[in-house]
Design a protein around this ligand. Structure first.
Ligand SMILES: Cc1ncc(COP(=O)(O)O)c(C=O)c1O
Length: 400
C-alpha cells in the first residue's frame, strides 16, 4: 500500500499563552471579580471595539446567552415570529423559545449555506418581528438584501456571528450591519475564553438597557432594584473577560491565516468533478471557522461515508456531515416539547406553527451531502495542499 497523501500531522494552534497570563495575573490582584466596572471587562470592551465599534455592549456567559439577550431586548409577545436558519446551533433558537416566540425556519442558498433572502421574504407574516441572520461556518449572509427586506417590513435584524469572527460582508464586519450583533467565545470558536459571549448594538432604543436583559433586569447605573420585567442572569465574570480580552488581541492574525488557508483550499478544489467547494460572494470575506463543502453524489460512485473513509485512508481529517438533521427535525421541535412536554404559545393559541410540517429541501440536501474539514490558523500551505491533493485523488478514483 502506498503512503497516504497527507503525510503531515494535523496542525494544531497553541491558543492561550503570555497575553492571557498577563491579564489573569493582573486580575488576581483585584478585590472583586464582578463585571460591573471591572478592569478586565473594561479591557474586553476596548479590545472588542477595535474590531466591532458598537456603542452598547454586554459581555455574557455564552453565544446562546447573547442571542437570548438580543431577543429579550425585542420584548416579544407570545407567538411573535423570528425568521432563522435551519442549519445552526440550538443556541440561535433557545432564547426565542424561552421568550415565547416562534422560530420560523427558512431555506438556504445551496452554495453559501446561508439564508436565501427570497425565502425570508416569503416567510414574513404580520407576526414577524425579527430576522436572525446566521453567518454559517464563517461565511457572511447577504446582509444588503436582508437589511433591505427588514427595512421594508419594519423588522429587527439580529446577526448570529458565533461562527464568523472576522467575516465581512462587502467590507463591513459581521455584527455591525444588522440591529444587534451576537458573538460566542465558546471553546471551539476562533477566539475563546472557554465559554462566553458578547451582544452589542448601536441602536439607543435597544442598547440603553441592554445589560438588564442579561442581568436580572437590575439597573446597575442607578443601583435600583425593582425589576420591571423578567430576565435571566447571563453575566460574564472577570476571569473570563480577562481571557477574552487577551484573545481579541490575536483575532486579526488568526482570521488572516484562516482566510488564507480557506481561500487556498477553495482554489485548489475548484474544477474537481463531484466536489463543490463553498461559495463566498464577491466582495465578502469568509473567515472559515470550519470548511464545509458539498459532494455531488450523482458524479461519484462512493457514498459520502465511503468518501470520508477513503479520505481518512489518505490521512485527511474530514467528517461526513455537519449537524445530523435540520434544527426543526430535532425531537424537541418534532414533539413541540419546549416546556414540560407542552408548548404554551401553541396551547394558548398564540401560534399555529407545526414543526412536523416544516420543510427546507435545500438545507436538508446540504446536510445529506456535505462534508466538514477542520481548518485553523496553524495550517501551513503544504498541509492545505496535501488535503486538496487527497480530495482530488479520492474524487478521481470514485468518479462515476
Ligand atoms: C451559529 C451558532 N449560534 C449560536 C451558538 C451558541 O454559542 P454558545 O455555544 O457560546 O452558546 C453557536 C455555538 O456553536 C453557533 O455555532
Amino acid at each position: 500500500m502506498s503512503a497516504p497523501i497527507v503525510s503531515l500531522p494535523l496542525p494544531l494552534p497553541r491558543r492561550w499563552g503570555e497575553a492571557e497570563l498577563a491579564r489573569l495575573t493582573a486580575m488576581v490582584e483585584q478585590r472583586s471579580l464582578f463585571y460591573w466596572k471591572g478592569p478586565q471587562t473594561e479591557a474586553l470592551y476596548t479590545e472588542f471595539r477595535k474590531h466591532y465599534p458598537l456603542k452598547y455592549l454586554f459581555p455574557c456567559s455564552s453565544g446562546s446567552a447573547a442571542l437570548h439577550i438580543a431577543v429579550g431586548a425585542l420584548r416579544l409577545k407570545p407567538g411573535d415570529e423570528v425568521i432563522v436558519s435551519p442549519i445552526t446551533d440550538m443556541g440561535s433558537v433557545i432564547g426565542i423559545l424561552y421568550q415565547q416566540g416562534v422560530p420560523v425556519f427558512t431555506d438556504l442558498d445551496p452554495r453559501t449555506y446561508n439564508m436565501d433572502p427570497e425565502h425570508i421574504r416569503r416567510a414574513i407574516t404580520p407576526k414577524t418581528r425579527a430576522i436572525m441572520a446566521v453567518h454559517l461556518a464563517g461565511n457572511a449572509c447577504d446582509m444588503t438584501s436582508i437589511n433591505a427586506i427588514a427595512k421594508e417590513h419594519n423588522l429587527v435584524v439580529i446577526e448570529d456571528c458565533a461562527q464568523s469572527w472576522g467575516a465581512r460582508h462587502q467590507g463591513t464586519p459581521v455584527g455591525l450591519m444588522g440591529d444587534i450583533g451576537c458573538y460566542s467565545f465558546n471553546d471551539f470558536k476562533h477566539v475563546s475564553c472557554g465559554d462566553g459571549g458578547m451582544v452589542g448594538t448601536n441602536r439607543e432604543d435597544l442598547g440603553a438597557g441592554l445589560s438588564k436583559w442579561g442581568d436580572k433586569c437590575y439597573d446597575r447605573v442607578t443601583g435600583t432594584r425593582d425589576p420591571a420585567e423578567l430576565a435571566p442572569n447571563y453575566r460574564m465574570s472577570e476571569p473570563l473577560a480577562a481571557v477574552a480580552a487577551a484573545q481579541l488581541t490575536k483575532l486579526e492574525e488568526i482570521v488572516a491565516r484562516r482566510v488564507h488557508n480557506g481561500t487556498r483550499l477553495t482554489e485548489q478544489l475548484a474544477d474537481i468533478p463531484g466536489v463543490l467547494p463553498p461559495v463566498t460572494r464577491p466582495g465578502d470575506t469568509h473567515s472559515y471557522w470550519f470548511y464545509l463543502l458539498r459532494l455531488d453524489l450523482s458524479k461519484l460512485r462512493l457514498s459520502r461515508a465511503e468518501f470520508a473513509e477513503a479520505l481518512k485512508a489518505q490521512g485527511a481529517a474530514a467528517s461526513p456531515g455537519y449537524i445530523p438533521m435540520a434544527v426543526y427535525q430535532y425531537q424537541v421541535f418534532r414533539n413541540h416539547n419546549f416546556f414540560g412536554g407542552t408548548w404554551p404559545a401553541r396551547l394558548l393559541g398564540a401560534t399555529t406553527m407545526d414543526y412536523t410540517k416544516v420543510s427546507c429541501p435545500v438545507a436538508e440536501a446540504i446536510l445529506n451531502d456535505c462534508m466538514v474539514f477542520p481548518l485553523n490558523e496553524a495550517m501551513t500551505d503544504d498541509y492545505i495542499d496535501q488535503v486538496a491533493a487527497a480530495v482530488r485523488h479520492v474524487a478521481r478514483q470514485s468518479a462515476a
